[in-house]
Design a protein around this ligand. Structure first.
Ligand SMILES: C[S@@+](CC[C@H](N)C(=O)[O-])C[C@H]1O[C@@H](n2cnc3c(N)ncnc32)[C@H](O)[C@@H]1O
Ligand code: SF4
Ligand code: SF4
Length: 305
């Protein structure tokens, strides 16, 4: 009989982190061109793994040590370890999952599942791989929409898919989901993908488009005040040049690094990110709430208000 050794988690100090995210696996069945997880500066080698018992133990220890109340389960593709994710979700007051949807949509009543789709079929598949759009659509239609799970489709807007936002909303308008969310591409400092905007004033036009769509389509989950904070004349107030103003910076990012141990990256989007061009919706939503002295964001996932 082989015994599994359960190691203590990495020492990240004693600071409180009401919100965290965890990479459940470095493995993924897709190779999306925009993905920040697989950048060279970020720990994400599929050979680095943590076994189930260790993962559950370490998450519990870190929860208690850092007072983590809200956990976002991510990957790689978290549904590759579906059973483990479902168990680990029970450890936290609030748990949510972000998935590529190709392994089906998990039924997790009372929780949020964000399903990534980056545009209508042609554009999504150009970024996420051929056949992915139809596969995700089938999964969404196969689920029981009355099971109590909140399911949101999330499109990451890039310079490549920026012109098909309305087409996307129309394409999914009759899908059995609770809403559609938009977030924008987060580049790294030496981004050469061509997916980001060199001049943020060009991105402004797209932000304005999302604001206009939000006014037309109630299915869109977005806070117009937060989107306005993304505009180029004020966006640094929310991000800072190096993340010093970023509300998301207090989220503890648990990546899996060498030897299968948790490693903390600079922020949720990994290392070597370009904060001046960050498009993460949650950053601007957080800044909006800070500015208006509203309750601090609990998990960065509040989408509408
Ligand atoms: C990294 S994925 C991990 C979970 C799962 N594999 C998925 O695709 O949903 C989480 C989310 O980050 C988004 N994403 C990936 N690269 C991004 C980038 N450079 N900037 C902003 N969002 C990005 C994805 O589109 C997805 O919605
Ligand atoms: S499915 Fe998710 S983790 Fe996998 S490559 Fe695409 S964005 Fe990255
Ligand atoms: S890249 Fe975005 S989320 Fe990360 S620290 Fe910078 S502003 Fe915050």
């Amino acid at each position: 009989m082989s015994l599994i050794t359960i190691e203590e988690p990495t020492d990240f100090g004693t600071a409180e982190h009401p919100a965290a995210l965890v990479i459940m696996t470095n493995a993924c069945n897709l190779t999306c061109r925009h993905c920040f997880v697989y950048r060279t500066d970020t720990p994400s080698e599929p050979r680095d793994k943590m076994n189930d018992a260790t993962m559950l133990y370490q998450l519990k220890v870190l929860r208690d040590r850092h007072k983590i109340r809200s956990m976002l389960f991510m990957g790689g593709e978290p549904m590759i370890r579906r059973d483990l994710v479902l168990k680990a979700m029970q450890l936290f007051e609030q748990s949510s999952i972000v998935t590529n949807g190709t392994y089906g949509i998990p039924s997790v009543p009372g929780h949020l599942v964000t399903v990534s789709l980056d545009g209508p079929e042609f554009n999504n598949d150009a970024l996420r791989g051929e056949g992915v759009f139809q596969k995700v659509k089938e999964a969404v239609f196969e689920r029981d929409p009355t099971d109590g799970t909140t399911v949101i489709l999330q499109m990451t807007i890039t310079r490549e898919n920026q012109r098909v936002l309305e087409e996307f909303v129309k394409a999914v308008a009759d899908w059995p989901v609770n809403g559609v969310a938009f977030t924008f591409y987060v580049p790294d400092k030496n981004d050469a993908t061509g997916l980001g905007w060199d001049d943020l004033r060009d991105r402004d036009r797209v932000v304005q488009k999302v604001i206009a769509l939000k006014r037309t389509y109630p299915i869109i989950k977005a806070n117009i005040g937060a989107l306005e904070m993304m505009l180029s004349d004020v966006s640094l107030e929310a991000t800072g040049v190096s993340g010093e103003n970023c509300r998301l910076k207090s989220t503890l990012p648990l990546y899996v690094g060498a030897g299968g141990q948790f490693e903390r990256t600079f922020c949720c989007y990994g290392n070597n990110v370009d904060c001046t061009r960050c498009g993460a919706y949650a950053v601007f939503n957080g800044a909006y709430h800070r500015k208006h002295n509203r309750q601090p964001l609990f998990n960065g996932m509040r989408l509408d208000g």
